[in-house]
Design a protein. Structure first.
Ligand code: PLP
Length: 395
């Protein structure tokens, strides 16, 4: 018999993907410009010009056998050194290339990290709303994902709720800030409070509870918002970074894992990361992209376009009477459904050709997610549809 869990996972598409496919079919039917597809977090701004230059330079000037060959399983040493140097220079840490593992994006980074840390039956806590794939990644590691509520209205970490979710089985906590889908950036005070509770619980257990920071949106922040770097607040922390959104290269699959230089038994934690990568077959991330990212590390595509989209959308939706939490980062906006059932609201939105993802999949009922990483033109064209949708609820 086939592995039924995998059969099930392969058959049931995510709600986001379903909506995206629906949007493509609908565009073919009524025209590309008539459908307002806010379903997918696919960056709409091109990568920075330096990306193409770096790629072409590498292709023209490198020994192809080297460039396209296998790197070390954990990534090319020079690339890992560049990543470590970047982290140390920008966040004041002391990691080395032997704390860095190159991956195919954040998805692989989180899967590897959970497999490295968890034993069968362990629990991994995260805060809702959250990226739906965490449940899949945790299950793959034999762990159970425990979803903890956040503060009403702000989606900030609810420390009391977090504390009461801790058990002897808690092995790790995943945070994602700037957050998909709420766009919230957890303030430093919340990170400090979270880390205090983690230290307390680790001491009680006599073994570390790890803090995993999922960071595909680190640079996508607006209005000078600061995103605290977890290694500076908690020694047993692991950063899962992705270049997908910062460089607009999600299809090229590149990111990394960074184990804190202060982590207890640091060498074995990194060994477990390497072992998990090996057992999952996640070795030797794409070689060309490793080299490209080493050259571009710290650069981003023009994220000001997202900030403009956010501002236009937030003020228009608020003026139509919708409730929104103004996002401080990422490129998602969580909109409060004017009726209790967000699925019914999303269906109604579809009648206006607005494709919005119901929040249930993210663990937050009564909201829909709007991915505003689209063209400014589409935002403008979609506003009459949002206004008409709002009017329906005023009748
Ligand atoms: N984590 C979060 C919160 C995300 O939003 C995404 C992608 O949208 C991922 C992880 C996976 O990113 P990657 O493309 O780097 O695998």
């Amino acid at each position: 018999m086939l592995n039924q869990r995998c059969v099930q996972l392969g058959k049931v598409r995510s709600v986001i993907r379903e909506l995206f496919e629906y949007g493509n079919a609908r565009k073919a039917e009524i025209g590309e410009d008539k459908v307002f597809d806010f379903s997918l977090g696919n960056p709409s701004v091109p990568p920075p010009a330096e990306l193409e230059e770096a790629m072409l330079g590498l292709i023209k000037n490198s020994d192809p056998v080297n460039l396209y060959g296998y790197t070390s399983a954990q990534g090319a040493p020079g690339v890992r050194r560049a990543v470590a140097e970047y982290i140390n220079t920008n966040f004041g840490n002391h990691v080395t290339e032997n704390d860095i593992y190159m991956t195919c994006g954040a998805a692989a980074a989180i899967t590897i990290t959970l497999c490295a840390l968890c034993n069968e039956g362990d629990e991994v806590i995260t805060f809702v709303p959250c990226f739906p794939e965490y449940s899949v990644f945790a299950a793959q590691a034999g762990a159970q994902l425990i979803k903890v509520k956040t503060c009403d209205g702000t989606f900030d970490i609810d420390v009391a709720a977090f504390r009461s979710a801790l058990t002897p089985k808690t092995k790790a906590v995943i945070i994602n800030s700037p957050n998909n889908p709420s766009g919230v950036v957890y303030p430093e005070s919340s990170i400090r409070a979270l880390c205090d509770v983690l230290r307390e619980h680790s001491a009680k257990l006599g073994s570390p509870v790890y803090l995993i920071s999922d960071e595909p949106y680190r640079e996508l922040v607006y209005g000078g918002e600061e995103v605290p770097y977890v290694m500076n607040y908690y020694k047993n922390s692991i950063v899962c970074y992705s270049f997908s959104k910062s460089l607009s290269v999600p299809g090229e699959r590149i990111g990394y894992i960074a184990v804190s230089s202060e982590a207890e038994d640091r060498g074995n934690v990194y060994a477990a990361v390497c072992g998990a990568g090996r057992s999952l077959g996640y070795v030797c991330a794409p070689s060309l992209m490793q080299q490209v990212c080493a050259k571009l590390i710290g650069k981003t595509s023009d994220i000001s376009a997202y900030e403009r989209n956010r501002d236009v959308l937030c003020s228009a939706l608020t003026s139509y009477g919708f409730g929104v939490v103004k996002p401080q980062g990422a490129f998602y906006l969580f909109l409060k459904s004017p009726e209790p059932d967000a699925n019914a609201f999303a269906e109604r939105a579809k009648k206006h050709e607005l494709l919005l993802v119901p929040g249930d999949d993210f663990g937050a009922e009564g909201y829909v997610r709007i991915a505003y990483c689209v063209s400014p033109d589409m935002i403008e064209r979609s506003l009459p549809a949002f206004r008409a949708l709002a009017e329906e609820y005023k009748k």
